[in-house]
Write a protein of this length. Sequence first.
Lengths: 283, 218
Amino acid sequence: MRTLLFVLKESLSGIHRAKFSAALTILTVSISLLFVGIFYVGGKNVLRIVQEIRGRVGFEAFVDNTATEADIQRLQEQLSQIAGIDSIEYISREQAIEVFKTLFDDTFLNVVEENPLPASFQLFLNPAYVREDSSRAVLRRVAALPGIDEVVYRERVLQRLIQVFDTMRNVLIGLGALFGVLSFVLVSNNIRLTIAARRRIIETLELVGATRGMVWGPFVIQGILEGLIGGALAGMALWALLRVFSWLLEISLRMPPEAFLSLIALGLTYGFLGAMLTVQRRL
Amino acid sequence: MKIIRMKNVQMRYPNGEGLKQVNLTVEQGEFVFLVGPSGAGKSTVLKLIYMQERPGLGQVQVGQFNSAKIRPRDIPYLRRQLGIVFQDFRLLEDRNVFENVAFALRVIGTRPKEIKKRVLRVLGDVGISHKRYQMPYHLSGGEQQRVAIARALVNEPMVLLADEPTGNLDPQTAEEIMQLLEEINMRGTAVLMATHNYDLVKRYNHRVVRIEGGVTLD
Ligand SMILES: Nc1ncnc2c1ncn2[C@@H]1O[C@H](COP(=O)(O)OP(=O)(O)O)[C@@H](O)[C@H]1O
Ligand SMILES: [Mg+2]
C-alpha cells in the first residue's frame, strides 16, 4: 500500500517534471482522439442517412392497360412473394391522374380525350436489396410477370448516393482507426522519452531493490493518466464542436451518449497499451 | 561464513569480452580489494554479484541466492541485501540528500517514522547530517559519495560493493572516503572494493584479489 502510494507519487512527479512533454502528448492525443470522435459521429450520421435513403429506394411497375381487376389482384399476390420487396402500393389510373393534376397544369389533360396514364405498383426495396446487382435481379423478376408493361427505376441517383455514402463511411472509419493508432504511437513515444529522461531514477530503483512492478508502475500510470486526460479533453471538444456546428448549420447534431465514455475508454486503453509496450521493450 | 562465492566463473559479453576465469570469496565482515588495470573485468565481477549479468559457466552464490537458480523476480530481494556505490555517485538530482537516502527505504515500503529515524542515523554515521536538506549539486564530490554510501548502508546490507569509489576524488578526499569505508567495515559490514589504484591498496592491510584480462590471480 505504501509502495503503491510511492509509485503513484513518482509517476505524478514524472509528469510534473516533464510538464511540457506531457502537456504536448496529452494535447496531441486529445486532438487525434477528437478526430476519432468526429469520424465516429460523422460515420454514424452518414450511416443514418444511408439507412433512410435505403428505405426509400424502389421502382414503379406499370400495369398493362388491358389488365382486369382480377389481374391486378393476382399481380399484387405475385409481387408480394418476390423476396426483396418490402412494401407494395397500388396506384390506379384514376389516382395517377389525380397525382398528375396536382403536379401539372391540367390544360394539358384537356387536349387528350382519354386518361393516358397507366396504373402502377410503387415497389419499395428492402434495404438489404438496395445494392445494384441485387436490386437489378428483383427488377428482372418483376418485369417478367405477365401483365407488367414496363418497370421504371426511379432512384438510380439515390443508389449512387448510397454508394458514395458507403465509401465515405468506410473512409471515415479508416481515418478514425488511423488517428487512433496515431495517439497510441504518441503515448508510447512520450513514455520512451520519459524513460530516457528518467534513466537515472530507473537505475537507482533497480539498484536498491525495487520490484519490476515498481519500476514499471510509474510509467504505466503516466500513460494511463495521459490517455485518460486526452480522452476527456477530446470528449469535451467534440461536444463543443457539435454545438457550434448545430448552431451554424441550424440542424440538430447530438453527441451520441456513448461517445464521451468511449473516448475516455479509448484514451485509457491507448495510454495503457502504449506505456506497456514501451516499458516492456525499454526496461 | 562466506557471503560471496564465485567459482571458475566465466562470462562473455556479446562482443566477446568479459571474464575468463574468476574465483573469489568474501567472508562475513571481511574487507577485500579487487584490484587490476582498467578493462580487467572488475566492474563485471561486481555486476555478476548483484546479478545484473549472469555467468556463462560456473556459479555465483551471494547469501542464499544462487545465479543458477534465482528467478528474475527475486533479483530485487537480492539487491536489498547489498549496498552498491560507484565512482560517479549516481544520486538523484531532483531531490535532496535526505530524500536520496530515504528513497532506498521508500521503495521497500518502510514506515515513514522508521525511515526518518534510520536515514538520520546513517547520515550521522557518514558525517553528512548537517547537509541533509541540500540538493546533490550543491555538494562536493566527497560529500556526494558520502550520501551514496549512506544510501547503500541504510538498508543494513550484508556487504557493501564499491566500484572505484575514490576514482573521481582528489587524494585528500579519497583518503577520507577510505577512512569511512574502514569504519563501516569495523562496525561489521563486509566491503568488496574494486580499484585500479595499487598504491592505495598497499596502504591498507586487507586481503587483495588481483584480476587481469578477466582472470583472477592469487
Ligand atoms: N556492457 C558491456 N558490453 C560489452 N563489453 C563490455 C561491457 N562492459 C564491459 N565490457 C568489456 O569487458 C571487459 C571488462 O570490463 P570491466 O568489467 O568494465 O573492466 P574494469 O571494471 O576492470 O575496468 C572490458 O574489455 C570491457 O570493454
Ligand atoms: Mg570498472
